[in-house]
Design a binder for this molecule. Structure first.
Ligand SMILES: Cc1ncc(COP(=O)(O)O)c(C=O)c1O
Length: 380
């Protein structure tokens, strides 16, 4: 077990009782992931009971029950957290956004400690680490996560290793089991952003990670209609520290968002199956496209990055002429989206200026191809 700073036990639950899960159904643990997605997080099966959780809109609870104040817990969160926790193999905590979950996970380090992080982590994560570094709160060692020995060497004296695999938007892939094992050996806390893969494609806790974070905004909720984050861990002390962080910093989710996210998760397996199949087909066709210089596709998942032959002007022209794909930031929704990532000032300069990130949705693959092919041809 990696060492972490002592938990703030005395402040863990400033409003009294912890959030005990309200009576949720007990679903056999031998179910497949697809069946778990559909059946977990439901109220107890009894005559007259609702089949799905309600949206509990309250700021507080009558005293002396399991729940005390809604910044500490809410049954609508519990239904979502129970489901995601089971899928990732730990206990989940919902946060107001992916960045709120990431900030909570980063807070597991102490002042001046070293965090090993990818050159190309999600630019919000990179931006947060850079800001903390500039304030003298942390030291950041940036590594090429495809070079396992470089990552392992960087672990010496570090407190945390931050991983994304595949990375956003360069789609680099890390040897997660090897890095998590080395982190454990060095007493380094490992955190993995699993937004791109979801627990259906990759379960980092089973591979040895201490903490998993998600932008639930993306695939898990799946409909581009909310922002939400989550942090999951199988370690009780880390869970308590993250809970304390959420309660005291207050980056809590709205009940409606967690309810919508759980509803979206009911179809995650179907959405992801379609999106991954279409992405594989589009990547194959893009490889042969004369207006595309380079295709980055890790062979799994539904994100592709391409570099048009005509450079930045061509990438911008594609964004402007595309009709079915949405020219928008974000990913993981039912609707396909593409974006030139370097339009964001926080994106590292090593990301090519003309790189377009494609998030493949669940539309008809031939319609997606016709639209993209047309836009690439006219961009020249
Ligand atoms: C990999 C990854 N992690 C985290 C985030 C941040 O999530 P949110 O926008 O929900 O705060 C994003 C957002 O794009 C992301 O792509």
């Amino acid at each position: 077990m990696p060492s972490v700073a002592p938990a703030m036990r005395s402040h863990a639950m400033p409003h009294g009782a912890a959030c005990h899960p309200v009576a949720m159904s007990h679903t056999p643990s031998d179910l497949s992931v697809d069946s778990q997605l559909v059946s977990l997080g439901r109220p107890r099966r009894e005559p007259g009971a609702a089949v799905g959780p309600g949206v509990e809109l309250t700021s507080t609870y009558v005293a002396d029950g399991d729940l005390s104040y809604a910044r500490v817990g809410n049954p609508t969160w519990t239904a979502f957290e129970e489901t995601l926790g089971a899928l990732e193999g730990g206990r989940a905590l919902a946060f107001a956004s992916g960045m709120a979950a990431i900030a909570a996970a980063v807070s597991l380090t102490r002042r001046d400690e070293v965090v090993v992080a990818p050159h190309h982590a999600y630019n919000g994560t990179g931006g947060l680490l850079a800001q903390l570094e500039s304030e003298g709160a942390l030291q950041v060692r940036r590594v090429d996560i495809t070079r396992t020995s470089e990552v392992v060497d960087a672990l010496d004296g570090a407190a945390m290793v931050w991983l994304e695999s595949p990375t956003n938007p360069m789609l680099e892939v890390a040897d997660l089991p090897a890095i998590f094992a080395a982190a454990r050996l060095h007493g380094v806390l490992s955190v993995c952003d699993n937004t791109f893969s979801t627990p259906l494609l990759q379960r980092p806790i089973e591979l040895g990670a201490d903490v998993v974070v998600h932008s639930v905004t993306k695939y898990l909720s799946g409909h581009s209609d909310l922002l939400l984050g989550a942090a999951i861990t199988a370690d009780d002390e880390i869970h308590e520290r993250l809970t304390t962080h959420r309660t005291l910093h207050g980056a809590i989710p709205g009940p409606m968002e967690t309810w919508l996210a759980l509803r979206g998760m009911r179809t995650l397996h179907l959405r992801l199956e379609r999106a991954c199949a279409s992405a594989a087909e589009l990547a194959r066709r893009l490889e042969r496209h004369p207006a595309v210089d380079r295709v980055r596709y890790p062979g799994t998942g539904a994100i592709i990055a391409i570099e048009p032959t005509g450079g930045v002007a061509a990438a911008q022209a594609v964004e402007q002429s595309i009709r079915l794909w949405l020219p928008a930031t974000s990913l993981g929704g039912v609707e396909s989206m593409l974006e030139r990532r370097r339009r964001h000032p926080l994106e590292p300069e090593s990301v090519p200026e003309h790189l377009l990130r494609l998030s493949v949705g669940i539309e008809d693959v031939d319609d997606l191809w016709r639209d993209l092919d047309g836009a690439l041809n006219s961009a020249g």
